[in-house]
Ligand binder design. Structure first.
Ligand code: HAM
Length: 415
């Protein structure tokens, strides 16, 4: 074999595709019910767009982006996520002028050069949504209720929703200083990764997966307990709306997320059915991001969810047995004229929306029958010289074995 897929990328084979299409159709239906409209942005953008929005110091920007110079020496990056691109499109196309609130969703591949493992790929797929133009906590809740409804409709009910508030430009700086003071007291015992974060991004230390780091930071002050009045009220509203919707959640003061653009609400949906990469979806509010990217000051909130991880959960739950519908009719041809006739007939049936298949390989009757069986065709019609002369043939039900006489001029599928 000369060429293979790149490490961390996967073919999605025909046997798997029905599962993907099922997920995509539920996503599209629920997005529509929540009144989100689809947006499709390019797979690559200017590198600066991601560096500016996700944050230079994040793992994504500092070590995971697929960045390259094109032939005109411009630095481009394969999108590592969908939010920055959706906001770029919102600003560039003045979507905010058409309506005060813009609700969009996307489904597509994202690219991050992470260490591949179960549930972590270098090309993976997300569905996600962004709502731009309103700061209402109702929208924060909508952004969490939306993926949860998708999971519910797919039959997943074991997940946990963690929420936090990461404050805003008014309250975060003072909290950051407070946290840094505490972190410096245990600095030498922190993991090297966390030590790097103390100076620039101390909140991420709380989010560390390292056991020792977690122990050391166990009793450290949490952002949601040091919010300004506006953020406190916002967080309280989000929680009370959840209570009214009877959606259960947990406040996790350590939840920070790996992207720097969040203000106020941040959340993650995890599943115990996944291993260490347990995040099914994540998102939050980003009230400063549109302005940061050159647009008018516009509040926003969004989420994104991994499709591969969702499919892993569905498969563990035994809910991934979707199959593409098999052919309704498989024509078995006995000689060359019959092959041509069956091909023309199949074309006619296909135009009527009936899935029909013929033999293209000049196989024996036995092996054509075997193929019809393998493809789980509902019916088989054997056509040879005799059938073409009399215009009469047998329609065989492959499940029951029953045969009925039919006219080849008017093939009707029994209902
Ligand atoms: P994120 O947490 O980086 O957020 O990614 C969202 C989801 O994408 C994760 O929870 C996970 O299911 C999936 N995912 C991420 N990386 C990988 C990977 N390497 N392999 C497989 N699945 C992966 C965002 O991307 C933000 N844009 C979410 C957002 C939208 N915030 C506001 N709006």
């Amino acid at each position: 074999m000369k060429f293979r897929t790149i490490k961390g990328t996967k073919d999605i084979l025909p046997d798997e595709i029905a599962g993907w299409q099922h997920v995509e159709s539920v996503v599209r239906r629920v997005m529509h019910d929540f009144n989100y409209r689809e947006i499709r942005t390019p797979a690559f953008e200017q590198t600066g767009l991601f560096a500016r929005s996700i944050g230079e110091l994040t793992d994504i920007v500092s070590k995971e982006m697929y960045t390259f110079l094109d032939r005109s020496e411009e630095s481009l990056t394969l999108r590592p996520e969908g939010t920055a691109a959706a906001l770029r499109a919102y600003i560039q196309n003045n979507l905010g002028e058409q309506s005060p609130l813009t609700k969009v969703y996307y489904i597509g591949p994202m690219f991050r050069q992470e260490r591949p493992q179960a549930g972590r790929l270098r090309q993976f797929h997300q569905f996600g949504a962004e709502a731009l133009g309103a700061s209402s906590p109702l929208l924060d809740v909508e952004m969490m209720a939306l993926p949860l409804e998708i999971y519910k409709q797919l039959g997943i009910d074991h997940y946990s929703l963690k929420i936090n508030s990461v404050g805003c430009e008014k309250c975060r700086p003072a909290y950051k200083k407070l946290l840094q003071t505490e972190l410096r007291k245990v600095f030498s015992q922190l993991s090297p990764d966390s030590q790097v974060r103390v100076g620039q991004n101390p909140l991420r230390v709380l989010d560390s997966k390292n056991e020792k780091d977690r122990e050391l930071t166990n009793n450290m002050p949490l952002m949601y307990k040091h919010l300004c009045e506006e953020c406190t009220l916002h967080f309280a509203s989000v929680r009370s709306i959840f209570d009214a919707l009877t959606i259960s959640y947990e406040v996790d003061g350590r939840l920070v997320r790996g992207l720097d653009y969040y203000t106020k609400t941040a959340f993650e949906i995890t599943s115990t059915a996944l291993g260490s990469q347990d995040a099914l979806a994540g998102g939050g509010r980003y009230d400063l991001l549109v302005e940061e990217l050159g647009g008018k000051s516009t509040p926003g909130v969004g989420f994104a969810a991994g499709i591969e991880r969702l499919l892993m959960v569905l498969s563990q739950l035994g809910k991934s047995d979707q199959k593409q519908a098999p052919p309704v009719i498989y024509f078995v041809g006995l000689d060359e004229p019959a092959h041509i006739w069956t091909f023309l007939k199949a074309t006619e049936l296909r135009q009527k929306g009936i899935c029909a298949e013929v033999d293209y390989l000049g196989r024996s009757v036995k092996s054509q029958m075997r193929e019809a069986n393998r493809q789980q065709a509902h019916y088989v019609i054997v056509v040879g010289e005799q059938e073409l002369k009399t215009k009469a043939a047998k329609l065989k039900n492959m499940l029951s074995g029953e045969e009925i006489s039919i006219s080849l001029d008017d093939i009707k599928i029994p209902t």
